[in-house]
Ligand binder design. Structure first.
Ligand code: MV4
Length: 460
């Protein structure tokens, strides 16, 4: 096992990685920007190195500064967390070349899955169902029309360099496709430096189901079941849960096998997530693979008892998985609510500032992953997620009751948060029945905010 690693991240995930390291006896080096000098990850790590000014581009995204810090501190490996450099193939390659282990997949696997057109082709050839659509990139307007007419409208134009919902255009007919095709290309060129786009049949009201996988360097690949991430707003997840209320045991087996095949198709190593869309008829389709640890990984940890970050460290250190697919047991249900410093009733406007007082919920089956403490000031420069509340129960009902209780118990004074929105979601009868798809949050918000204010008798 490693003796010392550097964490190239901040916030709750940096704290999460430090915790796993402590339990494995690994010494930790934090890096931080000038805005994060008072941050918890700096306090909890064995050493901390300032790497620059508050903007991410001047600090957490500066490859040379991070590599210098790693060399000065003499670490054996770097954990990239999520976001920032975690899916940057060039960074993984620089680590490989500097003889610093990148705790994640190879740069080749990051590259293969980062190009969504290549990813689609690669997994399709391995027998994984993909959404009906184009083979490879669509280079001309004429070809776009040809494919759309063949698969039938509506279709969606996606950027090869995109992912996570960025750079997509839906079209319901020829004229809107022509328009969408060109805007998607222009946007993709500007955002990703790659104008390549591809076309898929547009799946209406899909559920977003993702499978957690682990793969070691000996070629063993297992899946840790699914997370239902259908509760999102503008591609920002709000709530995730496992198991998905939409899956049957049979479907779980099939999707799990497909997820493993997708990982194997790029000789994947370390932790990863294979994303699928599940349509209203129960068909599933691969959409993309995330080559990092994800925000919502604790949901899977709660139902499998497997510490995903510790597994990442063991795999990167060259250890074989200590269990096979048969050994993985799923027990109970877990749900996660993302606590963001945002005003959910004012277009999710960020609400940075000082946390004047904080009380975190506790008790049986309650987990809070956060870097917050009373008196902490949330800097305005980064993502607004300030914590995650994860509740576990013997079944979904108990997990939801516990979440309702824990949300009521959470006190955060000084900033606005997504907690009131979560309370609204937890009360919704359709949500309680497990009946929700990707447009649920938008509908709920519209319903809770009447467009004619004079009709409102309720106060927010
Ligand atoms: C789609 C889709 C419908 N049909 N692809 C959004 C995130 C990105 N990973 C893929 N996304 C979608 N791809 C096809 N062929 C609908 C979405 C989508 C969505 C997916 C999951 C969760 C929320 C979503 C919200 C809007 C659109």
């Amino acid at each position: 096992m490693f003796d010392k690693i550097l964490i190239a991240n901040r916030g709750e995930i940096a704290v999460r990685v430090i915790r796993a390291c402590k339990e494995l006896g690994i010494r930790t080096v934090a890096v931080y920007s000038k805005a994060d000098a008072g941050s918890l990850h700096v306090q909890l790590a064995d050493e901390a190195i300032c790497i620059g000014e508050p903007p991410s581009k001047e600090s957490y995204l500066k490859i040379d500064r991070i590599i210098s810090a790693a060399e000065v501190a003499d670490v054996e490996a770097i954990h990239p967390g999520y976001g920032f450099l975690s899916e940057n193939a060039h960074f993984a390659e620089v680590c490989e070349n500097c003889n610093i282990k990148f705790i994640g997949p190879t740069s080749a696997a990051i590259r293969a899955m980062g190009d969504k057109v290549l990813a689609r082709e690669t997994v399709r050839k391995a027998g994984v169902p993909v959404v009906p659509g184009s083979d490879g990139p669509v280079d001309t307007e004429e070809n776009a029309l040809k494919i759309a007419r063949k698969i039938g409208y509506p279709v969606i134009v996606k950027a090869a360099g995109g992912g996570g919902g960025r750079g997509m255009r839906v079209a319901h007919n020829d004229p809107s496709l022509v328009k969408g095709y060109h805007t998607a290309r222009t946007e993709a060129e500007r955002a990703f430096g790659n104008a390549a786009v591809y076309i898929e049949k547009f799946i209406e009201n899909p559920r977003h189901i993702e499978f957690q996988i682990l793969a070691d360097r000996k070629g063993h690949v297992v899946h840790l079941g699914e997370r239902d991430c259908s509760l999102q707003r503008r591609h920002q997840k709000l709530v995730e849960e496992s198991p998905s209320p939409a899956l049957t045991g049979d479907l779980r087996k099939k999707m799990g096998k497909a997820a493993i095949r997708a990982a194997e198709s790029v000789e994947y190593v370390n932790a990863g997530t294979v994303e699928f869309l599940l349509d209203e008829q129960g068909n599933f389709y691969f959409i993309e693979m995330n080559t990092r640890v994800q925000v919502e990984h604790p949901v899977t940890e709660e139902v499998t008892g497997i510490d995903i970050v510790k597994e990442q460290l063991r795999i990167a250190a060259g250890e074989e998985l200590g269990f096979g697919q048969r050994d993985i047991q799923f027990q109970g249900a877990a749900i996660e609510c993302r606590i963001n410093a945002e005003d959910p009733f004012n277009d999710f406007r960020p609400s940075p500032g000082c946390i004047e007082f904080m009380h975190v919920p506790g008790g049986h089956g309650v987990r809070v992953d956060t870097h917050m403490y009373g008196g902490y000031t949330i800097p305005p420069h980064y993502d607004s997620m300030i914590g995650k509340l994860i509740c576990y129960g013997r079944d979904r009902r108990v997990a939801l009751e516990r979440m309702t209780r824990a949300l009521d118990e959470f006190i955060l004074r000084g900033v606005k948060t997504t907690i009131p929105l979560h309370q609204l979601i937890l009360k919704d009868p359709n949500f309680r029945r497990g009946r929700y798809s990707t447009n649920f949050v938008e509908r709920l918000l519209t319903a809770s905010q009447p467009s004619v204010p004079t009709n409102s008798t309720e106060k927010n």
